[in-house]
Design a protein around this ligand. Structure first.
Ligand SMILES: Nc1ncnc2c1ncn2[C@@H]1O[C@H](COP(=O)(O)OP(=O)(O)OP(=O)(O)O)[C@@H](O)[C@H]1O
Length: 356
């Protein structure tokens, strides 16, 4: 059974099984087999491929009525004023919202009412002790796992169940797992262009050109024909990132993309970590990629334990502990927080409310 998968541009790829096959065709057939452990078998293939990518047209936020200026009598200024005071001004910028999310595995109650919002343009870190559910919440955001209770809203619309092209619109969600998770039997070109070869009408030479451009954006040149086994760990992570940011440039509408990174710097030496942290920044819309173009990722979320990644790659932090977000704030506020849980975690002390 695949223990890791990557959701890239809304598509799941099997990871650790790929090395057992030696052809692109085999990888394609594994693609669907591996979805079954994730309980996605009932979805047709097209639906999985297009999950999270339904057209933005006709998009209507859950609170569209409340937000409408015609909802309230404008003469009732006190009501309008009190509403404007409680409503956050940039609600329309929210791309993903987790609202009171619960998740258990058997008797283990992992998430117990997790709520937060990811806004357009944000770079957010999720931190917290081991086993507290950070990867679990990423998978729930990506649509790989369904919450037991609570809601995930994608651009204001509640997502029902797992990824499905009919229910989610206007947002691509990419999940980049800790291991680079490449198809070992495919070349770098085939890995990076996998979705486009499989699901777009783009001609092969156009995909190949796009692959080369995307690899250049993450600082890789001349590796298209190599196999993953011929790359260093850091290069593999770059290839995985290229695979998650490539998209069909012939489409009329390109939805914003949120990238979810699960421990992207785990296992890397400090310098290699810095390279990856800068890469994460560079593909973000506020950054600049390796060829000097502005990045295209609208927002990203990084689960990490690494102090350097917290400091270098994210602006805002969510601290998850005992199934809830117990603290959130800007990265620079983290080390000076008075919250005893945060203080203990930041100092690595054995004394404090966190027990191992
Ligand atoms: N599919 C699953 N089935 C059973 N238990 C699971 C499953 N997925 C996660 N868990 C359990 O849920 C808990 C939270 O796991 P998760 O990987 O989300 O934690 P985490 O905060 O990311 O941990 P770490 O920082 O160590 O990576 C763990 O105890 C884990 O064993």
């Amino acid at each position: 059974m695949a223990t890791m998968a990557s959701l890239m541009g809304s598509v799941l790829l099997p990871m650790d099984l790929c090395c057992k096959r030696d052809s692109f065709a085999s990888a394609k057939s594994l693609f669907l087999q591996d979805l079954k452990p994730l309980n996605l078998g009932s979805f047709g293939r097209r639906r999985i491929i297009c999950g999270c990518m339904a057209p933005i047209r006709g998009f209507r936020p859950a609170h569209a009525d409340e937000l409408s200026p015609t909802k309230f009598n404008t003469k009732d200024s006190s009501k309008a004023e009190s509403l404007s005071m409680v409503r956050e001004p940039d609600e329309a910028d929210v791309l993903i919202e987790c609202r009171d999310v619960y998740k258990s595995f058997g008797e283990k109650h992992i998430l117990r009412g997790v709520s937060f919002k990811i806004r357009h343009g944000e770079a957010v870190g999720i931190i917290g002790p081991s086993g507290t559910g950070k990867s679990t919440i990423l998978k729930i955001m990506a649509g790989l796992l369904a919450p037991d209770k609570g809601e995930v809203l994608i651009r204001g619309r509640i997502r029902h169940g797992l990824i499905s092209d009919e229910e989610i619109s206007g947002l691509r969600i990419g999940l980049v797992f800790q291991s680079a998770a490449l198809f070992d039997s495919l070349t770098v070109r085939e890995n990076v262009g996998f979705l486009l070869y499989e699901n777009s009408n783009m001609p092969g030479d156009q995909i190949s050109q796009l692959v080369t451009e995307t690899l250049a954006a993450v600082g890789l040149k001349g590796v298209e024909d190599r196999l993953p086994s011929e790359l260093s760990g850091g290069m593999k992570k770059r290839v995985a990132l290229a695979r998650s940011i490539i998209f069909d440039t012939t489409k009329d509408i390109v939805e914003p993309e949120v990238l979810l990174y699960d421990e992207p710097t785990a296992g890397l030496d400090p310098i290699a970590s810095t390279v990856v942290e800068d890469l994460i920044r560079s593909v973000h819309m506020r950054g600049e990629d390796d060829v000097g173009k502005p990045g295209k990722i609208a927002s990203y979320v990084v689960v990490t334990h690494q102090h350097s990644t917290i400091k270098r790659a994210v602006d805002r932090l969510l601290f998850l502990y005992e199934g809830k977000v117990v603290w959130q704030g800007m990265t620079h506020e983290f080390s000076s927080s008075a919250n005893s849980i945060v203080r203990q975690f930041a100092s690595g002390s054995l004394d404090g409310p966190i027990r191992y």
